[in-house]
Design a protein around this ligand. Structure first.
Ligand code: F6P
Length: 368
């Protein structure tokens, strides 16, 4: 019987539990044994009770739970070869050679490296006497498939990552709450949202809440952004708006790479010689990642989880590691490393203030 294992890695995101449920049940449905690796790569390295066989009923109720019920971690040991060697040994001892990982670009890059290294890890386990030739014989190849779990929606090649729409919904809900108190006092609020190098959450939250002004890393404002912002907000106030909402992505920069901070914006809005608005700062923080998943993320994680099991069972030593994407509303398989490489190149270009190049690269579809 084929053994398929699943793990979540890196930052949690809403919908990961729906992915666990889908993978476990689809694996069982297709006649495989299903396993979960608890605590991300840490579980692979430590083994023992952190690698558990799952039954159909073990994942009951998972759809409506937030976070990841099998835990996640940023595991330092897995960055080093000895950690990956122990991980390979634990997998072979448990009879697992098909692994589905749900995480961000860092976790998925680690997964691909593990797969590439696998034959040499197996050799080393035999040469050092850790395992016998007979023990490793059925495990000459490792098949891996990625699912993209992140609130940031920052991976190239997929329209949405598992969790991004839940985080967006949470941000909008929080901005609605803030708007009630902002309007009451006729105040301004500067709201910082997550997203790392990516401005998707900030931009879409701005659109969905009708914010007065938005800052994102990908499209820094012109050098006169201070006057521009104050002018627009003055106009909105003139039209009778009693509240002002400015959304800043945590990665927002000016054209010269300088960070735009909520304090900078607050000071401008509050300046007695200018708009003189009574201004507060709200950093939404991890509320954006918590709570239950919206219907879209449950649906996406379920459909992608099902596809991931099929893909890992279809994989051969010759096939490239794939991840499961959604493109124009279709669940598709795409080459993992092209997507990771492109994502990292876009982030690097943004850091180097080559914004137009970064956006052009994000717009081009890498070859499937
Ligand atoms: O990648 C998801 C994310 O929530 C980012 O938006 C944010 O920058 C980061 O993780 C926060 O990481 P941590 O939970 O380790 O503080």
């Amino acid at each position: 019987k084929k053994k398929v294992a699943f793990m979540t890695s890196g930052g949690d995101s809403p919908g990961m539990n729906a992915a666990i449920r889908a993978v476990v049940r689809m694996a069982i449905y297709l006649g495989c044994d299903a396993y979960c690796i608890y605590e991300g790569y840490e579980g692979l390295v430590q083994g023992g009770k952190l690698i558990r066989k799952m039954e159909w009923n073990d994942v009951r109720g998972y759809l409506s739970e937030g976070g990841t019920l099998i835990g996640t971690a940023r595991c330092m040991a897995f960055y080093e070869r000895p950690g990956r060697l122990t991980a390979a040994k634990n997998m072979i001892l448990n009879g697992i050679d098909a692994l589905i990982i749900c995480g961000g670009d860092g976790s998925l890059t680690g997964a691909d490296k593990f797969r590439q290294e696998w034959p040499s890890l197996v050799k080393e386990l035999v040469s050092t006497g850790s395992l016998t030739k007979e023990q490793v014989a059925p495990y000459q190849h490792l098949n891996i498939v990625g699912l993209v779990g992140s609130i940031d929606n920052d991976l190239s090649g997929t329209d949405a990552t598992i969790g991004c729409y839940s985080a967006l919904a949470r941000i909008c809900e929080m901005v609605d709450y803030i708007e009630a108190t902002a309007s009451s006092h006729s105040r301004a609020f500067v709201i910082e949202v997550m997203g790392r190098h990516c401005g998707w959450l900030a931009l879409m939250a701005g659109v969905a809440t009708g914010a007065d002004f938005v800052f994102i890393p990908e499209k820094p404002r012109e050098d006169n952004w201070e006057e521009e912002m104050c002018q627009i907000i003055k106009q909105h106030r003139h039209w009778g708006k009693r509240k002002t909402i400015v959304i800043i992505a945590e990665g927002a920069r000016d054209r010269h790479g300088g960070k735009i901070t909520p304090d900078m914006v607050k000071n401008l809005l509050a300046d007695k010689k200018g708009l003189a608005l009574d201004t507060r700062i709200t950093t939404l923080g991890h509320v954006q990642r918590g709570g239950t998943a919206v219907a879209y993320d449950r649906m996406l994680a379920t459909l992608q989880g099902v596809e991931a099991v099929k893909a890992v069972l279809d994989a051969t030593p010759e096939t490239e590691t794939c991840f499961i994407a959604i493109t124009e509303n279709k669940i598709t398989r795409k080459p993992l490393m092209s997507a990771v490489k492109e994502t990292q190149e876009v982030a690097k270009l943004i850091e180097e203030q080559q914004f137009d190049k970064a956006m052009a690269l994000r717009d081009t579809e890498f070859s499937d």
